[in-house]
Design a protein around this ligand. Sequence first.
Ligand code: IDC
Length: 360
Amino acid sequence: MKKVIKFIIFIIIGSLTCYGIYNDIDRVNKQKIVKTTKEEVIDYNGAKYNGWLQVSGNKLLNEHKKEIQLKGISTHGIQWFGHLYTYENLQNLKDTWGINTFRISLYTDPNSDGYIKNKELKNQVIKLIDYSIKLDMYVIVDWHILNDNNPQTYKKEAIEFFNEISKKYKNNNNVIYEICNEPNGNVTWEKDIYPYANDIIKVIRKNSKKALVIVGTPDWCKDLDSVSKKPLKYKNVIYSLHFYAGSHDKKLRDKIDKFREKDLAVFVSECGITDVSGNGKIYEEKFKEWINYLDEKNISWIFWALSNKNESSSLLTEDYEVLDSYIEIGDNGSLTVKKGNDLNDYLTEVGYIVKNIMTK
Ligand code: IDC
């Protein structure tokens, strides 16, 4: 009898010990799993995971052949507001707004202090591309023609610029080339933009074979009809359409539908919540109608603009200023390192609306 009791006690103690060891192993394994997942965080929105973007018919696909929609923010002219585009601000927009794309507006017009007059702006472009790459974002290099109307005006400079940038980033799937912002005035697709695009794309593709190219369309990026009559022969190009909610409505969306029915792809590389002036009334409901439409069709869109200029399209209030980290001296003489201003504390009404839309 005593032997039986001893045996039962032996079994119980044995099982408890084994359970404990097993539990320890389990804990170790769990810790390992946690650690591994922490080390290999995949950002399914980011450029590393999605790779080279590809246009297929009217769709934009990632490298895994899945449809992708880019969402992002455009700078204002970097010659005026470049100081706002810090690494911290870009990271903040990525982390708290969820954007995966940043558009760098490089104005070309010398009368607007653009690149033609101010070649050092190229260094700023390169810096912002590098920030975006580090943050695993897509980045659009926007050759921002505007008052200079015709992309042919500074074609020579455009060729030099895009040659240099596409050479530098030839192996980099983050970089997207927008070769002419808004051709306008007495400019036609056939006579001006089509030949310009052919020349620039040739240069870009020689360096970076898989790069996605956004091509501007006539009439401030609204005339898709003339493009569809003679699309470019190059693969992996996407055509830009710009809307401002106070100026453009369903009529323009119908044009997009018609264009896409012809198996051509659209990228909204700039859009706004005001009218085309970028100032005045805010058209929140009309803007939301546009965004619902774009989201439903998986069409990428970029908002104009990240600036603190006193105009309604600005995301930041005029009193926003970038402060680097600074040291605060307490009453008792203690020193505390404070971080610079968080842009989320300086949002305009438009800033709040767009942030809500981005994060919904
Ligand atoms: C506007 C800016 C404004 C600036 C003006 C001229 O918001 O501060 O004075 O450009 O440089 C566009 C253009 C974009 C415009 C924007 C709003 O691509 O440069 O920015 N807009 O007018 N197309 C339609 C509207």
